[in-house]
Design a protein around this ligand. Structure first.
Ligand code: ADP
Ligand code: MG
Length: 728
């Protein structure tokens, strides 16, 4: 089976040469129960390690089944160990955190059996060595004798023809030692068992051959019993399957609780830091956006896209439906120009405040002062605390004070009376935005429509021409279809009650003409009484009539994207469908060039954080995993190669990272639900979307795999026996 021909083991340590043993020649056959005796330091262990392929030899030749091995590489010896040799050590070399059954199962899993397939053999072996009762006990809780039984059970499970034991009873009392030798004898019938021991008396009744070593030389080799000729049966192992790898990695991830908790804590901290950093990165990008200046638009929502037809034609209901159906379209607004108008409010004739309008239904923020509107004329303002209109004293002039709201730069003297009842602060806001009810919104629309129409009024022989907003006033007091006429503004007409007044309005889009019946005349002095406010326009109409008369077809709309990140695609799609489209955010310019530098610095900051995080977590995880060196040495001893060990580390850290990530998501959920409070996570919620979480998860997984790789490179670069000796 195994033949040694003048084999020597020579150690070179830092230039110092030592010998383990010299020129040993002997042969071992199947069925033998060999005892190797000799004082300490005589080379017994070294010989055993060479025989079992754990250590190399420098001189001579060792034959396995007649095959020379001097040219063997590490992988060849790995293969040899898997097929032929099972080891038993003085120090047991079991996985202490595993149960008895798991220790025995480990060999079978490594040899390519599934957990299910292994069950029968494991049970049979545990019964055979008398461990059945203890099968679910953790190995760390067993006595020395029991531990060595587990080691023997494990050696049996490996199903190799050779079992090699190095002082298996060295740590045991007399009684336990005796029982172990009995057991070894029992299992040696169809195997080759080689035992190194000091206990000659105890092994003497069973040994078939006795070898004695002295000072690195074999000085005695005698056969004491006859043995049968037996054929060697190689262990028929397969590659370890993925399910078993996962099973082991899960077992390893969880089975030492403190180790699991520390690793988990590391990954949770990494995740939170990454998310926090990523969120502040996004936040800065957003701030950069907020520092951008826009000349034309008030509604500068980053998701807003301005759309019209390429041929400048009317946008039909069909068009609107089609655009709404595009995937990335969250909302669509026609008459969107209303949000880009400049509005002014006048309070007690002393305070003038200007800004943009939005329908109150668009208001999504929280009220910081005051309350939400309760009637049509109450409004809410979103503004910046730093805005000079808000400085505490000035706010008194227009907060909770009734005032008049009107369209800026329009000649129309009509204004809606409003009262600011709620204020919401937004430190990114550049100007005020007034959130108003439908009535005020309609007024703005009317005033705007009047402003962009030129009108001709025809009454009897009189003909008056001018801008819509200077000639036509608005009042709900005028019934629909009727018109009130200000006699001070139209000279020389009398007896007009009941007459028809024709209005012809022309805008850049269209020209309309319509008759209204004059039902009342008044003078500037009596305006307040008849139409509810001071008025200097020539005529006054009901707001409904103004909309009907002047509202043109839709030529432009705003489309709001669901996902700003893929807005370019949406714009491209709209263009392909025959529209002109551009993002409002692209019309602004960054006011400060330094911002561009800050942006680059931000990238460096995030890279730096990842770098430092990686360093610190590598150090911690290295310390944690260091305690596992023995485990990996055991796996190697049992036939698992370096590659398998690396895979186990990879999968285990992948599991840790994933669990850490899931727990962080849970923390985010709890933060969101206000159960706990973690500042870094609060930001993460407001700035990050699903894809950002996926990116952070990917970074985490990559980091865990790099950690595993770095660790494996460091830990597995030494040969197995070095690693093993270092630890025991
Ligand atoms: P035994 O097992 O019989 O007590 P060993 O086989 O452990 O003896 O050691 C035999 C000799 O080899 C001793 O002189 C020992 O100092 C030497 N030796 C063992 N391992 C090493 C090593 N890793 N490096 C250098 N010398 C070693
Ligand atoms: Mg020894």
């Amino acid at each position: 089976m195994i033949k040694l021909d003048k084999v020597s083991k020579i150690y070179y340590n830092n230039g110092v040469i030592g010998t383990g043993f010299t020129k040993v020649s002997t042969e071992f056959k199947m069925g033998e129960f060999v005892a190797i005796l000799g004082e300490s330091g005589s080379g017994k262990s070294t010989l055993l390690n060479v025989i079992s392929g754990l250590d190399s030899y420098e001189e001579g030749e060792m034959y396995i089944n007649g095959e020379e091995t001097s040219h063997y590489a590490e992988e060849d010896f790995e293969e040899y160990r898997r097929k032929y040799v099972a080891n038993i050590f003085q120090a047991f070399n079991l996985v202490n955190s595993y149960s008895v059954r798991q220790n025995v199962e480990l060999v079978l899993l490594i040899n390519g059996n599934s957990s299910k397939e292994s069950k029968k053999s494991v049970d049979a072996i545990l019964k055979k060595v008398g461990l059945w009762e203890l099968r679910n006990k953790k190995v760390s809780k067993l006595s020395g004798g029991q531990k060595q039984r587990v080691a023997i059970a494990r050696a049996l499970a490996k199903e190799t023809p050779i079992i090699v034991a190095d002082e298996p009873t060295g740590n045991l009392d007399q009684a336990s030692a005796k029982a172990i030798f009995e057991l070894l004898n029992e299992i040696s019938k169809d195997k080759l068992v080689i035992v190194v021991t000091h206990n000659f008396d105890q092994i003497e009744p069973y040994a078939t051959r006795i070898l004695r070593m002295h000072d690195g030389k074999l000085i005695e080799d005698k056969k004491v019993r006859k043995t049968d000729v037996i054929e060697a049966k190689e262990s028929n192992y397969k590659k370890m399957n993925l399910a078993s790898k996962l099973l082991l990695s899960f077992r390893n991830a969880f089975n030492v609780l403190p180790k699991f908790l520390i690793t988990l804590a590391v990954f949770i901290i990494i995740t939170i830091t990454l998310l926090g950093e990523y969120a502040s990165f996004k936040n800065d990008e957003y701030n950069e956006f907020a520092n951008t200046v826009y000349d034309v638009f008030n509604d500068t929502a980053p998701e807003r896209i301005i759309v019209n037809k390429k041929d400048k034609s009317i946008i039909s209901n069909e068009d609107i439906k089609n655009v709404k159906n595009i995937d990335n379209v969250a909302d669509l607004k026609v008459n969107d120009y209303l949000y880009d108008l400049s509005i002014e409010m006048n309070f007690k004739d002393d305070y003038y405040v200007a800004g943009a309008v939005m329908p109150i239904s668009n208001f999504k923020a929280n009220i910081d002062e005051g309350r939400m509107p309760e009637n049509e004329n109450e409004i809410v303002v979103v503004t910046n605390k730093d805005h000079f209109d808000v400085s505490q004293f000035y706010l008194e002039g227009w907060f909770n004070v009734s005032g008049n709201l009107y369209l800026m730069n329009s000649g129309n003297s009509y204004a809606e009376s409003v009262k600011v009842v709620g204020i919401s602060y937004d430190d990114k806001a550049m100007d005020h935005t007034f959130y108003v009810g439908k009535k005020v919104m309609d007024y703005i629309e009317n005033a705007y429509l009047l402003n962009c129409n030129d009108v001709v009024l025809k009454l009897k022989q009189t003909r008056i021409q001018g801008n819509g907003s200077s000639l036509i006033g608005i009042s709900a007091k005028v019934p629909v279809g009727e018109v009130y006429v200000n006699l001070d503004s139209i000279n020389g007409v009398t007896d007009i009650n009941g007459e028809n007044l024709n209005i012809e309005a022309t805008s850049i889009y269209n020209k309309v003409s319509k008759d209204f019946k004059v039902t009342k005349t008044y003078t500037s002095e009596s305006a307040k009484k008849h139409i509810g406010s001071e008025n200097y326009n020539a005529i006054v109409l009901n707001p409904k009539d103004i909309v009907e008369l002047l509202e043109s077809d839709v030529y432009q709309m705003s489309v709001y994207a669901k996902d700003v990140d893929s807005m370019d695609n949406l714009i491209e799609e709209l263009k392909n469908k025959g529209y002109n489209a551009f993002a409002v955010k692209d019309t602004g310019y960054v006011s400060n060039e330094l911002l561009a530098i800050f942006r680059v610095m931000n990238y460096f900051a995030i890279a730096f954080v990842i770098f430092v995080l990686f360093g610190v977590s590598y150090y911690i995880i290295y310390l944690v995993l260091k305690s596992r060196v023995t485990y990996f040495a055991v796996v190697r001893m049992l036939g698992g190669n370096v590659k398998l060990n690396k895979q186990l580390v990879n999968i285990e850290l992948f599991i840790d990272a994933t669990i850490g990530f899931i727990i962080t998501l849970l923390l985010i959920f709890l933060t969101h639900a206000n159960v706990i409070h973690i500042e870094a996570l609060k930001n993460a919620i407001s700035f990050l979307k699903v894809q950002h979480f996926i990116i952070v998860y990917l970074i985490l997984v990559i980091m865990s795999q790099l950690l595993a790789r770095k660790y494996a490179r460091k830990i597995f670069k030494d040969s197995m026996i070095t690693t093993y000796n270092m630890e025991v």
